[in-house]
Write a protein of this length. Structure first.
Length: 83
């Protein structure tokens, strides 16, 4: 069974924040909320390494005309993108 936890994070310079609460039920379907993590210019590789060290894994890397990003999954298989 998963442990319940709450995480809060302020968005630097924007005055916003995010609050996420864990639930005991396992994930059963695709996420209904998609998270995009934006790194500082030129810092994506370092941020990717930091997230992998924290338990995330790389699913796929996209490098297209409109930009590049990395699709990642957290340890509980929640998908998010890093750009």
């Amino acid at each position: 069974m998963r442990t319940t936890r709450t995480t809060r994070s302020a968005v630097r310079g924007r005055g916003g924040g995010c609050s996420c609460s864990g639930v005991p039920e396992p994930k059963t379907v695709k996420n209904r909320l998609h998270i995009d993590v934006h790194s500082a210019p030129g810092q994506r590789d370092g941020e990717e390494a930091r997230l992998v060290e924290l338990g995330a894994r790389v699913v796929r890397t996209f490098d297209e005309r409109g930009g590049s990003w990395v699709v990642m999954m957290d340890p509980e298989d929640n998908e998010f993108c890093l750009s």
